[in-house]
Ligand binder design. Structure first.
Ligand code: MLT
Length: 304
């Protein structure tokens, strides 16, 4: 009997990939053959010596000490692309929230008081503060053209935007999926200096920590919008705060906020919702469970 320890929030559809006649799957298992988790942070956690594989039901693996496990011969599996649709849709929502000032406008409208005549008067008077801009014809820079970045880029083309992409590690698969209408930037700086909105789709690692920093924010167009559906340390949040304060950035939209920007009036912050759809949770759990099972039963290592 093989044993799988689950840490949190794994869709039952993924767990069903481990047939009960051959697997025991539970959170309290003492000597598991594999670990399956979503956002639980394994850094500093001593995992049992019996663990032969770790699976993350998502794309990012920054909550797992991957190189430490790799040195121990424990492969880490993820679910690349399985939640790309969900993230893409939330990025589109984020662009619209910023462009049409929807959060501030909603906040204004829901606090109106009085009878209908008075509210209508306040609506017409107050709406002047919420004049936005159209995405059509604007330039979106997509930094990172993996499964999510490609979907965002293609969807933005469909919205009538001009799209520029940059990814020094572009795979053949992504290149195939990418619309031919997406222009290519020659560098990060080239991309951000030409874009009205910039969206980040890079994994968090030593090379991408503070990828967007003070000098780079200075290269952006004045009044640009920055969207971060990656991880908060990909940007230097203190520098973003300064750019929002000075008007260099119009809005920062972030799905994984750090403390520095939580309550900033020009930041739209979400509690890590990019992959939080029923469909994405199921897709991720199923994909990673299949990979872990394929490894345990056949020794296959599938990473893409
Ligand atoms: C991801 O890395 O794909 C997401 O963080 C998944 C999640 O929301 O758990």
């Amino acid at each position: 009997m093989l044993k799988i320890r689950t840490y949190n929030n794994i869709s039952p559809l993924g767990l069903e990939k481990f047939p009960r006649d051959r697997y025991e799957v539970a959170s309290e298992i003492q000597h598991p053959d594999a670990i399956l988790l979503r956002s639980f942070d394994l850094h500093g956690v001593e995992i049992p010596a019996t663990v032969k594989a770790v699976g993350r039901a998502g794309a990012g693996v920054n909550n797992i000490p991957v190189s430490e496990y790799t040195q121990r011969g424990v492969p880490v599996f993820n679910a690349p692309g399985a939640n790309a649709n969900a993230v893409k849709e939330l990025v589109l929502a984020g662009m619209l929230l910023a462009a049409r000032k929807i959060c501030d406008a909603w906040n204004y409208a829901k606090h109106l008081e009085g009878d209908d005549d008075s509210i209508h008067h306040q609506v017409e008077k107050g709406k002047k503060a919420f004049v936005g801009f159209e995405l059509t014809g604007k330039t979106l820079g997509v930094l990172g053209l993996g499964a999510i970045g490609v979907k965002v880029a293609n969807a933005a083309i469909d919205l009538g935007m001009n799209v520029i992409g940059y990814d020094p590690l572009l795979t053949v698969e992504s290149a195939w999926m990418l619309s031919s209408k997406v222009a290519r930037a020659s560098s990060v700086d080239d991309l951000i200096s030409r874009s009205d909105l910039v969206t980040l789709h890079v994994p968090l690692g030593e090379q991408t920590r503070h990828l967007i920093n003070g000098p780079r924010l200075g290269f952006m167009k004045k009044g640009a919008v920055l969207l971060n559906f990656s991880r908060s340390p990909v940007v230097d949040e203190d520098a973003v705060r300064a750019a929002l304060d000075s008007g260099q950035l119009q809005t920062y939209v972030c799905d994984f906020p750090g403390q520095a920007l939580l309550s900033h009036a020009k930041a739209i912050v979400l509690p890590h919702l990019g992959a939080s759809t029923h469909e994405a949770e199921e897709n991720c759990a199923i994909m990673v469970a299949e990979r872990v099972r394929d490894f345990l039963e056949n020794g296959n290592i599938r990473h893409s």
